[in-house]
Design a protein around this ligand. Structure first.
Ligand code: DC
Length: 227
């Protein structure tokens, strides 16, 4: 018998490949997948559309009212009924999302929603604070990282393959800047949970990383069945 609730938490810095890996792990294990970064990006997208000045109270209200819908089979994210899958990956959103995600009321709203979505099943979540704050009792916790050079290079390849003109140096600077903001903010900063498995993927391919995590999940399930 499988355990009905099983939470896999994958945290780590920007560009470490968390969403690629989390998606594959979820698919192979037939778990649900929740991209929590996409939720903070969705709030940022919604705020940018208002063209209003940056105001924490106003953005907190938006976060409380937003309806984020993950359509996993289609690989799409909808905000209040609009497909934002591409729109939440633009540079404008990426450059602002760390500031938006540092707002307390925004985090309270998103964390409540993440717990609600994750509580009732077998699920993989990726983000910055999943193993430390959202699900401190997660069954498996991973801290996924890679050197900043490797993370920038992966992003560079991904973007140039899509025909986008980008500078490797600028990508590296943007990643460092986001890492700094995400780890130095006051509320729920990016941290490795004490009981997380540290995984540096600088020299690991996607399959190796995915298999490593799947084996951890299977090992944990095996232990739980025996206890
Ligand atoms: O994983 P990502 O790059 O899509 O995340 C976008 C931003 O959202 C990231 O810079 C920090 C924030 N974030 C967060 O604060 N907490 C999470 N659980 C996930 C993302």
């Amino acid at each position: 018998m499988f355990k009905e609730n099983f939470v896999v938490a994958i945290d780590g810095p920007a560009g470490a490949g968390k969403s690629t890996i989390a998606k594959l792990v979820a698919r192979k294990l037939v778990f649900a997948y929740i991209d929590t970064g996409a939720m903070y990006r969705s709030v940022t997208w919604k705020f940018l559309r208002t063209k209003a000045e940056f105001n924490e109270n106003f953005i907190g209200e938006l976060a409380n009212k937003i309806r984020i819908d993950f359509r996993t089979e289609e690989n799409k994210v909808f905000v209040d009924g609009t497909d934002v899958t591409e729109a939440i990956r633009t540079t404008a959103v990426t450059n602002l999302v760390s500031r938006i995600s540092a707002i307390n009321t925004v985090r309270i709203a998103m964390v409540a929603e993440q717990r609600r979505m994750g509580e009732s099943g077998r699920v993989v979540l990726d983000g910055r604070d999943i193993g430390t704050v959202v699900f401190p009792n997660a069954d498996v916790k991973i801290f996924l990282t890679a050197t900043v050079e490797e993370r920038a290079l992966r992003r560079y390849k991904e973007m140039t393959e899509k025909g986008m003109a980008v500078s490797l140096k600028q990508l590296q600077e943007a990643i460092l800047n986001r890492d700094k903001q995400d780890s130095e903010r006051e509320i729920s900063p990016l941290r490795q949970a004490k009981d997380a498995v540290f995984l540096d993927t600088s020299n690991m391919c996607i399959d190796e990383t995915t298999d490593f995590i799947i084996n951890l999940v299977r090992g944990k399930e095996h232990d739980l069945r025996r206890s």
